[in-house]
Design a protein around this ligand. Structure first.
Ligand SMILES: *Cc1c(COP(=O)(O)O)cnc(C)c1O
Length: 331
């Protein structure tokens, strides 16, 4: 099937705008623009909305009643899944990594507002228990006669990644309309890797000269380059694109995770302050702050040369600012 023929249910307010960053550009010595996918809008917005346009179309076709997914406490993905489930009359179940919090702030607050059923898994047990726990929720639903649908962490499936193939198509049309040539680099954070997998396929179709750079904000047991190549290959097959990627074709920076996933880093926090104070742009401490911090560093080191045209994909996440007052501004 072609991309246009794969069922997709509109969720986002698309196309999202492209924003110039003149002050940050001057400081960094590149032309920096931002694709504002924090403004996809639905359910508080962010990159998962694009993946969910494909995943929810699949769930709706299967007459799903219970939508199950997972993530960390401040998972934007889990929050957007809860919202999407509600929009289509489904019951959201979120199995989150972390102990039950004493306070529900940021995305956890929004999860509660969407009325999601929440289960918390001890971080040490998470990786062994998450698959059976999600399956147990699915089995319980099926036993009641309700179809269940499990979305893996980050919506990182070949089908979900098509959201970012579609995003590059949208971008290429936006650039063409204003007569602007394709950027030299397109840069995005890497959590589950679905976004970069989709960008990789999309760029090969619509912007063949552009390089895709992912900045990891979490560790990975299997190297990201391998996981993303596998996902891109499977996503490409869905839309009859014959191109295949190897690990070596994927560019992922892994030095900017900081202390751990979900734990703010100094460089990430500095980037949050710089973007806010120079451009009035909100980043977040879990994903986009660390990614922009990493981007600044690879520009400074010359890996992305001075004078390049760089497009950063802002994947959202600002609800995760609010639980981090102390780390960001002290008292
Ligand atoms: C999920 C997420 C990412 C990472 O996207 P993946 O497709 O999981 O790699 C980046 N930024 C924000 C704000 C996110 O919520």
């Amino acid at each position: 099937m072609r991309l246009e023929d794969i069922p997709r249910i509109p969720l986002g307010f698309l196309p999202t705008p492209i924003d110039a960053m003149p002050r940050l550009s001057r400081e960094l010595g590149v032309t920096l623009s931002v694709k504002r996918d924090d403004f996809t809008g639905f359910g508080g917005g962010g990159n998962k909305v694009r993946k969910l346009e494909f995943l929810m179309a699949d769930a709706i076709a299967k007459n799903v009643k219970v939508l199950i997914t997972t993530g960390g406490h401040q998972s934007n993905h889990a929050r957007m899944c809860a919202a999407a489930a509600r929009k289509f009359g489904m019951h959201p179940v979120l199995v989150l990594r972390g102990n039950r919090p004493s306070e529900f702030q940021g995305n956890l607050l929004l999860d509660r507002l969407f009325g999601a059923e929440l289960e918390f898994l001890d971080p040490d047990a998470y990786f062994t228990e998450i698959a059976p726990r999600m399956q147990a929720h699915a089995d319980a639903a099926e036993a009641r006669g309700e179809a269940a649908y499990i979305i893996p962490v980050g919506g990182a499936t070949p089908l979900g990644s098509l959201g970012y193939v579609q995003a590059v198509k949208e971008l290429s049309e936006q650039y063409a309309e204003t007569g602007r040539k394709a950027p030299d680099f397109i840069v995005a954070p890497v959590g589950s890797g679905g976004t970069i997998a989709g960008l990789t396929i999309g760029v090969s179709l619509f912007w063949p000269e552009t390089k895709v750079v992912g900045i990891a904000v979490t560790g990975s047991a299997v190297p990201f380059t391998q996981r993303i190549a596998v996902m891109a290959n499977a996503g490409a097959k869905l839309i009859d694109v014959t191109r295949e990627w190897q690990s070596d074709d994927i560019w992922i920076e892994t030095d900017f995770v900081g202390p751990a996933y979900g734990v703010p880093s100094e460089a990430g926090n500095a980037a949050i302050h710089a973007a806010a104070e120079k451009e009035g742009l909100l980043l977040d401490p879990v994903y986009t702050g660390k990614a922009v911090g990493g981007l600044m560093s690879i520009i400074a080191s010359g890996k992305i040369p001075a004078g390049s045209d760089v497009l950063f994909v802002h994947c959202g996440g600002s609800p995760a600012l609010y639980p981090f007052t102390q780390q960001l501004v002290g008292n």
